[in-house]
Write a protein that binds this ligand. Structure first.
Ligand code: ADP
Length: 287
């Protein structure tokens, strides 16, 4: 028996000859209810901040446009653009999650030069992070290609690096590509505050966020790692996390080497999971 939590409903019907008890497993229904509640709470909370900022900036532009300097106006327009991007990002995450859950997402399987991809992604991410965020790169060029979907691997990587920057407290980020036993491994590690064991087990759940109540916690939907795990598994891979509180977090994406192509089952639209996981984590933006 594993540690699964079960929710049961009991109904007793009393008759002349005694009572009949009916037991029903309502775990699935309860999980669905929880997901709906989390969805509404997270989305309304996450939408409110950018929407209020856009509304405030637009109102200021409308009412006080003549008294604003050109610099003020540009600042307000920039803010509207940034917050609108945030809104579309949240919508992308929700849409992608829905597609994944419905098995409607096609994930390609082709030979991908992960070394080149990681190099290009890190260069692109560097431009989006504060200049003080340092990212070191260690790529084993003898690693060969992995089997997977180029855009989706990049999406996962973006999510992991963005998280390392967001939650890593500004500490340097290490990105590595290695190969061992036919598996291509991408490592994204930070030396920030880390993740407790209890949270490691849950951070890949839909909407789960560690310490969302902390006043300084950066915003987020809690969908990034759920999406990442799903995508990696649909490519026949795994996503693990390991961490010691206070000593940073290490996320590892394992993808089958490209020689596995042909031996992998076809992904019929997103439902071919590789292996189940205990502490697998797993990206994000819908094109
Ligand atoms: P989001 O960033 O939108 O909250 P994610 O699914 O990407 O969603 O991450 C889930 C949670 O995992 C985050 O809210 C954060 O608490 C935790 N987390 C993710 N990456 C790290 C990291 N590198 N260090 C510490 N905590 C992390």
């Amino acid at each position: 028996m594993d540690d699964r939590e079960l929710w049961l409903s009991f109904v007793a019907v009393h008759g002349a000859d005694g009572a009949v008890y009916a037991f029903r497993d309502v775990t699935g229904e309860r999980r669905l209810d929880e997901e709906k509640r989390d969805f509404v709470a997270t989305i309304s909370h996450e939408l409110r901040t950018p929407m209020a900022a856009i509304y405030g900036a637009a109102e200021t532009l409308r009412r006080r446009s003549t008294s604003l300097t050109r610099g003020n106006r540009e600042q307000l327009v920039d803010m509207i653009a940034t917050q609108a991007t945030r809104l579309s990002h949240i919508t992308d995450e929700v849409l992608l999650t829905t597609k994944l859950d419905r098995g409607e997402l096609r994930v390609g399987q082709e030979a991908v030069d992960v070394g080149d991809l990681v190099q290009a992604t890190v260069n692109a991410v560097r431009g989006q992070l504060p200049t003080s965020t340092r990212i070191s790169l260690d790529i084993d060029r003898r690693g060969g290609a992995a089997s997977g979907d180029r855009d989706r691997i990049q999406q996962v990587l973006f999510n992991l690096i963005e998280n390392a920057a967001k939650y890593g407290g500004g500490a340097p980020i290490r990105v590595e590509v290695k190969r061992a036993n036919g598996v291509v491994r991408i490592v994204v590690a930070d030396s920030g505050p880390g993740i407790s064991l209890a949270d490691q087990e849950r951070i890949c759940e839909k909407f789960y966020r560690a310490d969302p109540q902390l006043r300084n916690a950066p915003g987020g939907t809690g969908l990034g790692l759920y999406i990442s795990r799903q995508l990696v598994e649909r490519m026949g891979g795994r996503l693990h996390v390991s961490s010691d509180v206070g000593a940073g977090a290490t996320f590892v994406v394992e993808l089958p080497g490209a020689e596995a192509l042909g031996s992998l089952p076809e992904d019929p639209g997103g439902s071919s999971h590789a292996r189940p996981s205990e502490r697998l984590v797993g990206p994000r933006r819908e094109p």
